[in-house]
Write a new protein. Structure first.
Length: 118
């Protein structure tokens, strides 16, 4: 079942991330792709201190996370760490990995904010 198709789901996430504030010099877009029978894609964009959440792919994401719905759910629920999923080949990370490492503290804030409802 696809959560992305729900306008309410998108609005809820947009409101949650809009409350976050970052330094104006941080520009980063993370695209999350769920693979399998229930494919979904969404992205979080941090630009000039503002955060937006949108359904669908971004034309030029900084980072791309790809995994199954079950892997995404396991990470979200705390049953599996993202690091373990990556090491086990269940979560693929593409794009500018250096930006991921440079921005990990800011990204943790976004992840914690979204984790309650993704």
């Amino acid at each position: 079942m696809s959560n992305i198709d729900s306008a309410q789901w998108i609005t809820q996430h947009q409101q949650r991330v809009a409350e976050l504030e970052f330094t104006p010099d941080l520009t980063l877009t993370i695209e999350h792709r769920i693979t399998g029978d229930d494919e979904d894609t969404w992205h979080v964009e941090i630009d000039a201190g503002q955060v937006t959440f949108r359904a669908g792919p971004h034309p030029n994401p900084t980072l791309i996370l790809t995994g199954s719905r079950s892997t995404t759910d396991a990470i979200r629920s705390g049953k599996q760490s993202a690091q373990r999923a990556f090491l086990d080949g269940e979560l693929k990370v593409g794009g500018n990995i250096a930006r991921l490492l440079d921005s990990h503290i800011q990204l943790e804030r976004v992840a914690e904010t979204l984790a309650a409802t993704i």
